[in-house]
Ligand binder design. Structure first.
Ligand code: HEC
Ligand code: HEC
Ligand code: HEC
Ligand code: HEC
Length: 497
């Protein structure tokens, strides 16, 4: 008892020292420095600090993470997923998709049959018919050489679109990827969907699921055909074959209980069975499927709250279509995967942002990359104007170099510091290359405003609590020269592209 309280007292003492030391160090540093800049720092902290500085926004932001029903609407599910897949899914979702969110509802095969008959009776519309060249519907082995080459060209085009669209930041494949944490695993997606559905989903995403967190990419017909060919044919979307040679692990495993699967043929015999459909409806009601799914006929139990989205315009429309807040955060809404945009207008230079939105390049090579949504010039204009007008600090930021450019002396001193402190172990810079832990700083002067550079370098954790960049405790003069050096990193500079 005594020993323990003694040690916790020691912990408290140690903590106090740990808290006081940096404060003391800070006071010591700032005492010896010019007053002028120091006041500016304190002021900067206040200006950049959230949420005291949030603006009232012109419309209420919709948080895609707060949608009412987490599951997709089931009205036309029968045109999306094949019945064999649906029967395996309802029997045990986690066994079908590793990151499934739907619980196992413990239905037996007879119940599942009835539920599927009911779900198929809900269908409101067929998928729009899409014409495919006949050879694209053949299996790979049945293609002639000429057909194979043609197919391969479309496939490779699709592979490129898939890569630039960064589908894997939301969707894991067989358990790998999906850092945003919102998309289903696509590792066996070819056992579920068909090419017509996929084409329509990617081209008209919101018409299938108006609350979806997936972006409505602006794909053209050729992009769509490419990506469909890629997804329907690439082995990463097909279940892995069970390795017969691994004899030992097979023996060690208990044989899994067989799940009975509803075949297409059996389904065709029962789909019009009205008694079974009625039974299925009863099971759906008892199982409370409608808590998570929009299902016709249950609106009196869980009123469908229809969101009005027809009249959306400007940035509100863009936010809805692209679902920027699946990844970004604005004020207290949205995800945390991508940079917080609440004060983006006081951090980022709008000329840079405009071109970035239309053609995102890679800033943070290792961790996060923004997908290429094919935003138009008009989209980019709408976004930058909104950000510039609404997402900035309330008070204007100081002009650190007082209207002129940083002097060559300041820049040279900053460059020296940059290498002395080893910034280049994490950051690449100009022609000299460097590390890839942090963003590439080659054109950082075009991307970030000087006041934000100052704010970031003074205390990286205050600017971004997750930042791994150390706080170097720079003096005011050092900070000013580093900012001067970085602000000078623009495209026109020699050595930059
Ligand atoms: C607790 C919420 C919840 C309940 C209850 C629930 N589901 Fe789901 N369901 C989901 C979610 C979430 C998904 C999306 C896939 C996933 O799990 O990530 C889903 C997916 C599905 C799908 C695939 C739909 C598609 O478009 O891919 C079907 C079919 C389905 N559910 C049927 C049912 C049926 C039938 C019931 C009732 C017997 C039911 N669900 C009950 C949450 C639920
Ligand atoms: C912003 C994250 C995000 C990105 C990027 C994204 N998706 Fe999705 N996708 C989702 C979510 C989330 C769903 C499930 C619907 C929902 O819950 O909103 C989904 C559903 C799907 C489905 C249906 C899967 C199923 O089992 O029902 C397919 C197929 C799909 N996406 C393909 C793609 C492709 C191809 C790309 C790249 C072009 C892509 N997605 C990019 C988030 C994303
Ligand atoms: C699928 C996730 C995702 C979606 C959706 C998304 N972004 Fe991004 N965005 C990112 C990531 C990741 C980065 C960081 C890129 C990098 O560092 O290379 C980023 C970077 C940015 C930046 C630069 C921020 C900075 O501090 O460097 C802006 C501005 C931006 N996005 C705006 C938008 C807008 C506007 C939308 C909607 C039209 C949008 N994003 C949709 C993932 C996304
Ligand atoms: C241990 C690795 C590491 C070191 C050392 C490091 N940084 Fe960073 N730095 C990072 C990471 C990681 C980020 C990205 C943080 C983020 O995504 O907001 C970053 C971000 C930045 C940014 C951009 C901030 C933004 O929001 O885009 C600048 C500018 C920067 N660092 C400058 C420097 C300078 C100057 C030095 C040397 C004094 C330095 N860094 C040292 C890892 C490092």
């Amino acid at each position: 008892m005594r020993l323990r309280s003694l040690s916790s007292l020691r912990k408290i003492l140690l903590m106090m020292v740990a808290i006081c030391l940096p404060i003391m160090a800070f006071l010591e540093v700032s005492n010896g420095q010019e007053r002028k800049i120091e006041a500016l720092y304190l002021d900067l902290d206040k200006k950049y600090r959230m949420p005291e500085q949030w603006h009232v926004l012109p419309f209420e932001l919709e948080d895609p993470y707060k949608r009412i029903k987490n599951g997709p609407p089931l009205t036309n599910v029968i045109t999306k997923a094949n019945v064999e897949w649906i029967s395996r899914w309802i029997a045990n979702p986690k066994k079908v998709v590793p990151n499934a969110k739907m619980p196992n509802l413990g239905l037996d095969f007879e119940e599942i049959k009835a539920v599927i008959a009911f779900l198929s009776s809900l269908k409101e519309k067929e998928l729009s018919a899409i014409t495919w060249d006949a050879f694209l519907l053949k299996k790979e082995d049945d293609l002639s050489e000429d057909e194979y080459d043609k197919m391969d060209k479309i496939y490779n085009n699709g592979k490129g679109v898939w890569g630039r669209a960064r589908c894997t930041i939301c969707h894991p494949i067989k358990g790998v990827g999906g850092n945003v944490g919102v998309g289903p695993d696509l590792g066996e997606i070819t056992t579920k969907i068909n090419r017509n559905w996929l084409y329509d989903w990617l081209g008209n995403t919101k018409s299938h699921f108006s609350d979806t967190m997936m972006a409505q990419f602006r794909f053209n017909d050729s992009d769509l055909r490419g990506i469909v060919e890629f997804v329907m044919r690439d082995t990463q979307f097909i279940p892995e074959e069970k390795d017969e040679e691994e004899g030992e692990s097979k023996e060690a495993k208990q044989p899994e209980p067989e799940v009975q699967i509803l075949t297409e043929k059996e389904f065709n015999n029962i789909r019009k069975d009205t008694a079974l459909i009625e039974k299925g409806k009863g099971i759906v009601e008892k199982s409370r499927c409608f808590v998570c799914h929009d299902i016709k006929g249950f609106s009196e139990l869980m009123p469908v709250v229809e969101k009005k989205r027809d009249g959306l315009a400007g940035f509100e429309k863009l936010l809805y279509e692209i679902r920027c807040l699946s990844c970004h955060r604005i004020q207290n809404k949205g995800g945390t995967y991508a940079p917080n945009l609440t004060i983006a207008g006081s951090k980022i230079k709008m000329s840079w942002e405009n071109s970035f939105l239309q053609a995102p390049d890679i800033i943070r090579p290792l961790s996060q990359q923004m997908p290429k949504f094919n935003l138009t010039e008009e989209d980019a204009k709408v976004a930058t104007e909104y950000i510039e007008k609404n997402l900035h600090t309330k008070d204007s930021l100081p002009d650190i170099f007082e209207g002129s450019s940083p002097s060559p002396d300041v820049i040279a001193a900053g460059e020296k510091l940059f290498y002395e402190k080893g910034c280049n172990t994490c950051h690449a810079e100009g022609a000299k290359g460097g590390g890839v832990v942090g963003p590439n700083l080659q054109t950082v002067g075009e991307r970030l405003q000087p006041a934000y550079l100052l704010y970031h370098l003074r205390n990286p954790q205050q600017a971004n609590p997750q930042a791994v960049e150390p706080n170097f405790g720079f003096s005011d003069e050092e900070l000013k020269s580093l900012v001067g050096f970085l602000a000078d990193h623009v495209t026109k500079k020699e050595g930059n592209k």
